[in-house]
Design a protein around this ligand. Sequence first.
Ligand code: PAP
Length: 362
Amino acid sequence: MASSSITKTIPIMAIPNFNVCHKLELIKEEAKSGDPKLQGEEEELSYEFREMLESLPKERGWRTRYLYLFQGFWCQSKEIQAIMSFQKHFKSHQNDVVLATIPKSGTTWLKALTFTVLNRHRFDPVSSTTDHPLLTSNPHDLVPFFEYKLYANGDVPDLSGLASPRTFATHVPFGSLKDSIEEPGVKVVYLCRNPFDTFISSWHYINNIKSEAVSPVSLEEGFDLYCRGVIGFGPFWEHMLGYWKESLRTPEKVLFLRYEDLKQDIESNLKKLASFLGVPFTEEEEQKGVVHAISDLCSFENLKKLEVNKSSKSIKNFENRHLFRKGEVSDWVNYLSPPQAERLSALVDDKLGGSDLTFRYN
Ligand code: PAP
């Protein structure tokens, strides 16, 4: 029965508790050029690593000086270091759950939903109105990223103590994730958002959190970079296609969800998510209003108004409030000119046409 399998697998702690088992040695050097813009961005990278970076194609970054083309996707230097460490050290377990997105596709929402579904017998979303972890923790603290949390800054975490199902998140494309999740039973949930809104959301977020040392990216410049594929973890079309194709090839391993579908009908998507994760809602739960309660608890309106999401910081010390902007479909119409919309539309047709991957964005 669904409920007994969950009871056995609930994490003991709400916030995943792990120790760093060792730390990679990072050589703190003065930035070679003495350029203050490099301070903090590349100063904690080893000499060998910097040499490797120098061999990669690079472009203007959005919130750091450069984005590098690494394993076929665009990425910041510190992310590359963390991803290499993750690829080297992470060992998947049966039943691990990995939430995958390209940034600004609804990662925060997916983390909240998945955490609440998997932990619903420990933290009852119906009756526990005051003590649910989501009320005091940002979803990013409940489901850690491989590249921003677990393997960041040279850390190599000891994850052996985490209760099953261990739940992680990543922005890396499927091609760079697949070797790390070969263990049978590992499940991946991919949340995809239409490229128009994803671009606008990224542009707002990055200009809100970027360091003052990096000049702001104008809408025009950002749009051009985006259409050339130059955005963190992009090109966006390759990111989406990688997970899309894998979800068609191995639907029992990769579930492909769409942000717009969740906005339109959260309850049936929650049921799809729970079934995919092996913990379907029972009839009794449905009658008790569990599905409805989870959708309410994780809603944009509810999360945005919580103190933890108004005044605290989670990922990389960025303020949580920037993660909750509008949460709407089609906000892009307020920003993109008709020629820009035409260009992106043509690009989507060109790159995704024939794949059966379609979006609703009007
Ligand atoms: P991340 O990749 O940096 O973690 P992510 O959570 O994917 O960010 O994206 C944030 C977007 O999701 C924001 O979209 P917007 O800029 O268009 O407003 C944010 O508002 C939206 N969002 C966050 N939480 C929710 C939620 N509970 N429901 C719907 N949308 C949400």
